[in-house]
Every structure is written in structure tokens, then in C-alpha cells.
Design a protein around this ligand. Structure first.
Ligand SMILES: Nc1ncnc2c1ncn2[C@@H]1O[C@H](COP(=O)(O)OP(=O)(O)OP(=O)(O)O)[C@@H](O)[C@H]1O
Length: 292
């Protein structure tokens, strides 16, 4: 369905290396990573601490430059994004900042003035939903309230591309649930693409259309969430079994008399010699098996 469309965000073989210890060693934070986001996609990024999620987002925004490969953000190079492209991107970093010394309504007044497409009604709805007091000083907001304000500021102009780095980490479960559902609806409604990271796998399962699993800078899985449920399985097989060619092995653990294989591209009801059992996994179980 998306083959003829231009991706909203495209990573092509992206590698990012950080120098360490006074340039004596390096750390590869992103390793030959390719992924495309099309309109309507809500992509949940999942990975351990330090896997490369924030780095990926920062490269997409031109905050960091890549060492090799290529990124197209709204069909432009992130290093030289035009003002038009910038005004179509919403970004909430892990630690939102700014507007200290302002009240919430003054901060919104100023922020709103940068965006011609600002939707005041949406802003008001979200203020009510997050129960933010607009007369409150930004400095005195709780961490979760600040995060809520940052989300409103990133979304009220209905950006075409929304990049959210752990957007709900500090929100209470009720605010989190409302926000995540709205996020999904908003993206579908306006044909935007969303890239968000979260360690809360149940949120990811509920709202993401696609899951991108990153391990040590490599993209190990990028799939529609329903396909992932069907195709990624934990197989227990005997040590001498010959695995079918179509399986893509994501992780393998050997025990004395059997092997546990985390496999992608499984068919429904796999059958081959040596297969002892097959288990479907939820996202949290998949994550644990991948990092076993
Ligand atoms: N400016 C930098 N200089 C050196 N190393 C860096 C820099 N930024 C990130 N790194 C390293 O790159 C790796 C990936 O970091 P990144 O912040 O992208 O991880 P993450 O997946 O977002 O983690 P978390 O879930 O903890 O937020 C880490 O090992 C980190 O230490």
C-alpha cells in the first residue's frame, strides 16, 4: 500500500559512531540501520537503555550528523532542513526544557506564535484533558505536567512528523492512556507519522501500528504489530533438528538436550522434524527472549 508514497521519514543504512575516551576508542550507536515511516504509521521504538533510540531521533532531526548512510526527513536532508519542514515536525525530547519564568498561558502564547497551523481548539482540549492550570508558572509544574505541556506544544499544530522520546515516562496511568489513544487517532486522522520510544511495552502494544526493536544500534525487527504477533515465535527444538530456511533466527539459547530459538517469519503452525513446542509471545516476553 505504501510503495508508491514518499516516506515521511527514511533511514537508509545509517551508521553513527561516537568517539570515546579522548578519541582513543569509538562506540557505534547506530549500525547500518534502515527503516521507512509512511503516513499513518505510529512506530514504537523499543530497546534497552543505550540501544540507540535517542540517537536515532536526534539524527532524524539534524541535531546529530550521521557517519555514513543517509536520512530523509520530510524528503529533506536533516542537516539542512528548511523552515517549512521544521514547522511540520513536532519533537519532545526526553527532558523537555524551556519557558521557565513564564506562566503556562504566556508560554503557549509565545510558542503558538511560531506556528501558522496552530489548532487552538486542540490546545484547549488537551489542556483540559491534562488538567493543566494555565496560570501556573512553568517552573513550578511537576515533571509530568511539564511533559504534558511539552506534548501539547509539539502536537497542537498537527505536525506531519512527530518524534517523541519517551513521551509518557512521567505521566500517570490515566494521562498516559488518554494521551496514547489520542496520539494514534491524531496520526491516522491527519496522515502524519509518529516515531516514539517507550519502555512500557503494553502502551506500545496498544497504540503502535509498527514496532521497531533496536539492539546495540542494530534494527533487529521492524514489523506491523499484528504481523509480529503472528510471525515471531519461541521455538523449542531438539539439538539435531534442521531449521527450515524461511526462519529468521533472532536469538538462540542452547540447553543440554534442546535449543530455544526466537524466530521471525514463522508460518502458522510450524511443523518440522525436531520441533518440540512453539510459543507465541507478547512484546515484553519477546523483548526478554531477545536479550536473554
Ligand atoms: N554525545 C554522545 N557522546 C558519546 N556517546 C554517546 C553520545 N550520545 C549517546 N551516546 C552513546 O550512544 C549509545 C546510545 O545512546 P542513546 O541515548 O541513543 O540510547 P537510548 O536507546 O536512547 O537509551 P535510553 O533508553 O537509556 O534513553 C549509548 O551507549 C550512549 O552512551
Amino acid at each position: 500500500m505504501q510503495q508508491n508514497e514518499v516516506p515521511i521519514l527514511a533511514f537508509n543504512n545509517v551508521t553513527k559512531v561516537f568517539p570515546l575516551k579522548g578519541n582513543k576508542t569509538t562506540h557505534t550507536a547506530l549500525d547500518q540501520l534502515s527503516m521507512q515511516l509512511y503516513p499513518g504509521m505510529v512506530v514504537g521504538l523499543l530497546g534497552q537503555n543505550g540501544a540507540g533510540k535517542s540517537t536515532l531521533m536526534r539524527c532524524a532531526l539534524g541535531i546529530l550528523t550521521v557517519d555514513s548512510g543517509d536520512i530523509k526527513t520530510l524528503n529533506e536532508s536533516p542537516a539542512v532542513l528548511s523552515d517549512t519542514a521544521k514547522s511540520r515536525i513536532g519533537y519532545v525530547p526526553q527532558q523537555p526544557f524551556g519557558y521557565e519564568g513564564f506562566t503556562v498561558d504566556r508560554a503557549l502564547d509565545l510558542h503558538r506564535s511560531f506556528y501558522v497551523d496552530w489548532d487552538k481548539q486542540l490546545e484547549q482540549e488537551w489542556l483540559k484533558r491534562f488538567e493543566l492550570d494555565v496560570t501556573q508558572s512553568v517552573q513550578k509544574l511537576s515533571v509530568g505536567q511539564r511533559q504534558s505541556l511539552a506534548l501539547i506544544m509539539a502536537m497542537a499544530y498537527r505536525p506531519t512528523l512527530l518524534i517523541l522520546d519517551e513521551p509518557v515516562a512521567s505521566l500517570d496511568p490515566i494521562a498516559r492512556r488518554k494521551f496514547m489513544t489520542d496520539l494514534f487517532d491524531l496520526a491516522l486522522e491527519s496522515g502524519s507519522a509518529v516515531l516514539f520510544s517507550s519502555h512500557i511495552t503494553s502502551d506500545l502494544e496498544r497504540v503502535a501500528s509498527h514496532v521497531a526493536l533496536i539492539k546495540k544500534g542494530k534494527l533487529v525487527l521492524f514489523k506491523e504489530i499484528d504481523t509480529l504477533r503472528e510471525q515471531v515465535k519461541l521455538l523449542k527444538v531438539s539439538v539435531d533438528s534442521e531449521l527450515p530456511q524461511h526462519l529468521d533466527i533472532l536469538h538462540q539459547t542452547n540447553t543440554a538436550d534442546s535449543m530455544l530459538i526466537l524466530a521471525d517469519n514463522c508460518q502458522s503452525q510450524e511443523q518440522f522434524n525436531g520441533l518440540i513446542s512453539e510459543q507465541s509471545l507478547n512484546l515484553e516476553q519477546l523483548f526478554m527472549e531477545l536479550h536473554r
